[in-house]
Design a protein around this ligand. Structure first.
Ligand SMILES: C[S@@+](CC[C@H](N)C(=O)[O-])C[C@H]1O[C@@H](n2cnc3c(N)ncnc32)[C@H](O)[C@@H]1O
Ligand code: SF4
Length: 450
């Protein structure tokens, strides 16, 4: 593979494919009324996964692309927690049955910023309206710089089983530019404390492509991070989108590694992590061989949802909180993105759903193709078409793009099955995009693809 030519050719915007159709294709024409009907249609046997979005942090990191804002008092957190509890009740009433919750994912932002009493109260509200499975997986995203003892105790009480810790990079020059000072010692202490309260699975988030990041610095970060022996590691490519995230404009463009350097940084991460015995999962995850994600990947059960890669096989994913997205059997719906509008809706007893999309048969077929590429790195097109009862030529429009990808060595393709070689893993989204009917061929601005 000629990496430089590939980067030049494919440096265009392709989605991360955490859903299909992707969020920019949701429409305000589909709103609360349809969402209510979809929730009511869930059968009594349906299992649920809940995603609770907490869009607050103590301080904002300049590189951050998440939907979050900085708060320095408890009042907005308490008000927001009340809104989450109200929304849980609204959703449960719309469903009209006490369904079983098999997974809860607290994401953000920094959900561990919620006062301990609020973490408990929200969990109690979930237990009041749903049946929380005894072996439910309870995952939470944590900023290792800030986890006071009362919060740690609350995490034990609400039954956290998996914690995801932000690391990014330990190099001082990187940390200074991204506005995030975090030592290895405080990160390791946080992981130890979580293990001490019985959290069995620790994930570390790292990022390549950050300002002033060097090969040696990233290697040193990885070697330190690996001494924590996390069960999972995610290595995301830095998405620099200052026209969408204004605070990223504080990062000088000249301090960012170019596409070739990004590719090299990614390679270093893969090599270091693989050498420590982890298995590569999909685009950007790694897991110890015995971990649930690795087992799901080995047995073809790996899925991709808004939180990234998961072994979650619940029948519906309900997103709670501002901007949160739900995935229901009929399609996707998203809450009002801004906190005030979200809070006002639930305080008035109204659904905060602002937009969505219903899936037709073609969407479902393409979604399955994209998910298989992103998760399994291979796809038997014939088997997929048969499984969906689709016409033999239903995905023929993807063939020219697939033939082109095969010609440059990004995939092996015999007209029926495609396979992405391990070396082409960084280009997985480009392969998936071959099946995307909505892809904008010439977007005005875009984040780096690789
Ligand atoms: C919700 S945050 C993590 C939890 C916690 N707030 C923290 O920072 O420790 C999720 C992760 O997204 C990743 N992330 C945030 N902004 C990003 C960006 N612009 N590009 C790539 N990854 C990003 C970071 O690795 C971050 O740890
Ligand atoms: S990286 Fe984490 S702590 Fe930093 S702004 Fe983003 S969500 Fe908040």
């Amino acid at each position: 593979m000629d990496i430089d030519a590939l980067i030049a050719r494919h440096d265009r915007r392709v989605p991360r494919y955490t859903s299909y159709p992707t969020a920019p294709h949701f429409s305000a024409a589909l709103g609360a009324g349809t969402a209510a009907a979809w929730l009511a249609a869930l059968p009594g046997t349906a299992s649920l996964s809940l995603y609770l979005h907490v869009p607050f942090c103590r301080t904002l990191c300049r590189f951050c692309g998440c939907h979050t804002s900085a708060v320095n008092s408890e009042a907005p957190l308490v008000t927001y927690a009340a809104a989450l509890r109200a929304e849980i009740a609204l959703v449960a009433q719309a469903i009209g049955k006490r369904l079983t919750v098999r997974q809860i994912h607290w994401g953000g932002g920094t959900p561990s910023i919620l006062p301990a009493a609020e973490l408990r109260a929200i969990t109690e509200t979930i237990q009041r309206w749903f049946h929380l499975a005894a072996d439910a997986e309870i995952a939470i995203e944590i900023d290792p710089r800030r986890l006071p003892p009362d919060r740690l105790a609350a995490l034990r009480e609400i039954g956290v089983t998996r914690a995801s810790l932000g690391v990014q990079d330990f190099a001082p020059a990187v940390q200074e530019t991204i506005g995030r000072q975090q030592s290895f010692a405080e990160t390791a202490a946080c992981a130890d404390a979580l293990r001490g309260i019985g959290v069995g699975s620790i994930n570390l988030d790292l990022v390549y492509g950050l300002p002033h990041q060097t090969a040696d610095g990233l290697q040193a970060t990885l070697r330190q991070a690996l001494t924590i022996a996390p069960e999972r590691i995610a290595v995301f490519g830095y998405a620099h989108v200052p026209w969408m995230q204004r605070h990223q404009a504080l990062i000088p463009e000249a301090s960012l590694p170019d596409a070739r350097a990004r590719f090299r940084l990614r390679e270093i991460a893969e090599t270091e992590i693989a050498a420590a015995g982890y298995l590569a999962i999909g685009l950007d995850h790694f897991a110890k061989p015995g971990d649930g994600l690795a087992r799901a990947a080995a047995s073809g059960r790996l899925r991709r949802n808004f939180q990234g890669y998961t072994d979650d096989d619940a029948d519906a994913l309900i997103g709670l909180g501002a901007s949160a997205i739900s995935s229901l059997p009929q399609g996707y719906v998203q809450n009002a993105p801004r906190v005030p509008a979200y809070r006002e809706a639930v305080a008035a007893g109204r659904s905060p759903i602002a937009r969505g999309v219903a899936l037709d048969a073609d969407d479902r077929l393409r979604r399955a193709a994209i998910e298989q590429v992103m998760c399994a790195l291979r796809l038997d097109l014939g088997a997929l078409l048969a499984a969906h009862g689709a016409a033999a030529d239903a995905l023929d429009d993807a063939h020219p793009a697939l033939a082109e990808l095969a010609a440059i060595g990004l995939i092996a393709w015999d007209g029926r099955t495609l396979a992405v070689p391990a070396a082409a893993r960084p280009f997985l989204r480009v392969v998936a995009a071959a099946f995307d009917r909505y892809l904008d061929p010439a977007p005005a601005r875009h984040a780096p693809t690789i």
